[in-house]
Design a protein around this ligand. Structure first.
Ligand code: AMP
Length: 114
């Protein structure tokens, strides 16, 4: 989508990717909430988690979690612990309307989330 900021980042028009393959891109969050805060996004525009229904997207979702593990190991947060979060829709706090998975780590997390 031409006016989507995460599409522009995923297509390397702006920003810096830390990982990419044919399906996904990952980059550091501009306003990190932990020492490691990476966003993993599908390259194709999907507005939110609720919109994922097609068979092809089931592979995509699993792939994103595998890549989250890879990046967690690369950023040395895998063994201590990390969190993967998707905010879907307004009350959950979604503010960018392109599906993204937050990968957070490098500090002790609390529960429940705010
Ligand atoms: P959410 O509130 O779950 O939609 O998360 C959106 C996230 O995107 C927030 O953590 C923002 O800090 C982050 N963000 C917004 N714009 C950018 C950008 N241009 N580059 C990197 N991260 C961004």
């Amino acid at each position: 989508m031409s006016d989507c900021i995460f599409c522009k980042i995923a297509q390397k028009e702006i920003g810096t990717l830390i990982y990419e393959d044919e399906l996904v891109a990952a980059f550091d969050d501009a306003n990190p909430q932990a020492p490691v805060h990476v966003l993993i996004v599908p390259k194709k525009h999907i507005e939110k988690l609720l919109d994922v229904t097609q068979d092809e997207d089931k592979f995509l979702l699993g792939h994103i979690l595998v890549i989250a593990n890879t990046i967690a190991r690369e950023r040395s947060i895998a063994e201590a612990g990390y969190r993967v979060v998707v905010n879907c829709n307004r009350e959950a706090g979604q503010s960018v309307w392109h599906l993204h998975f937050h990968l957070l780590g490098g500090r002790k997390m609390s529960w429940p989330p705010g």
